[in-house]
Design a protein around this ligand. Structure first.
Ligand code: FAD
Ligand code: FES
Length: 277
């Protein structure tokens, strides 16, 4: 069996409850040498194995250059993620990775970064926000555009307030349904695009969330003059091997586990949103 298919053991160093269904598992491999060798890029993911239950792909949200603990922010919604939600510090899981191609951060350096996310604390985009806000001087304007179904779904409210206070940073929030005390817009995430200060020539756009939301956002941004090759999307598919062997994640000619999960718009636009893909 190749090393990429063999899970290593990792210890849960800490479990942080982010909201009623979202939690972060902070992991460290028990093999200290393997842990020290481990390198990843924002946007890549690990396969987390809950022993005896199953394995799921989860994005890595920690900073690649921090104290080297591996943070995974997870929504409990099924068999494996519900089980992972019950783990406490000291528990062990299997870990394989990192896998896939992450965000185009080298290309984005010196340019404006526009992040469009839908849903509950979209983990792949959180990794970019963390990365860019820690290296604010290396990037131009940062625009964070976040949509949620209900305003109560927005987790990390204080973080959004902190980011909005950073220099050259714009944070725009929308909720399909606005509850009491909501100061953001009401409607889908696309209602925010008119307020976003985006320079099409300088912007690199990175998106994650439900595919219909990403499709609508991509079309609007293209209409606003963003070049197709400046639009990047993180996709989710059912995954088993994560190394391009089993075909579970296949989307036309692409293996989302290996060629993605981050794709540029020209790479996938012909298949994106097509039933069956
Ligand atoms: C590259 C990649 C990165 C990911 N990163 C993260 C992450 O950082 N955090 C995180 O919480 N999740 C992430 N996911 C999604 C996560 O892998 C799934 O939620 C998980 O596999 C569900 O497994 P389960 O056994 O808990 O649920 P299951 O028992 O398999 O499913 C329970 C229910 O959820 C539905 N479901 C399963 N997967 C998804 C999905 N991807 N989207 C919506 N509904 C789904 C099923 O149809 C079913 O109704 C990522 C997925 C991919 C492909
Ligand atoms: S998960 Fe097996 S080919 Fe992608």
């Amino acid at each position: 069996m190749t090393e990429a298919l063999l899970p290593r053991e990792a210890e849960v160093v800490e479990r942080i409850q982010e909201s009623s269904t979202i939690f972060t598992l902070r992991l460290r491999m028990t093999d200290t040498e393997a842990h020290a060798r481990y390198e990843f890029a924002p946007g890549q993911f690990n396969m987390l194995y809950l022993y005896g239950v199953g394995e799921v792909p989860i994005s890595i949200v920690s900073d690649p250059e921090d104290d080297h603990l591996l943070d995974h922010t997870i929504r409990a919604l099924g068999r494996v993620t519900d089980g992972l939600a019950r783990l406490e510090a000291g528990a062990r899981v299997g870990i394989r990775g990192p896998f896939g191609r992450g965000w185009p951060l080298a290309e984005a350096r010196g340019r404006d970064v526009v992040l469009v996310t839908g849903g509950l604390g979209c983990a792949p985009v959180m990794s970019v926000i963390n990365y860019v806000t820690k290296r604010r001087g290396e990037f131009g304007r940062l625009t964070i555009i976040q949509g949620v179904k209900h305003s109560d779904d927005l987790i990390w409210r204080t973080q959004y307030e902190r980011w909005a206070a950073l220099p050259q940073t714009q944070v725009l929030l929308a909720a399909d349904v606005a509850g009491p005390g909501w100061h953001g817009a009401e409607g889908p995430v696309t209602v925010l695009f008119d307020q976003a200060e985006i320079d099409p020539e300088r912007a690199v756009v990175m998106m994650c969330g439900p595919e219909r939301m990403m499709q609508a956002s991509a079309h609007l941004l293209l209409e606003q003059g963003i070049p197709a090759e400046s639009l990047w999307l993180s996709l989710e598919r059912n995954m088993q091997c994560a190394v391009g062997h089993c075909g579970h994640c296949q989307m036309g000619p692409h293996f989302v586990c290996k060629n993605g999960p981050v794709f540029s718009w020209p790479e996938i636009s012909d298949l994106f949103g097509t039933p069956g893909f």
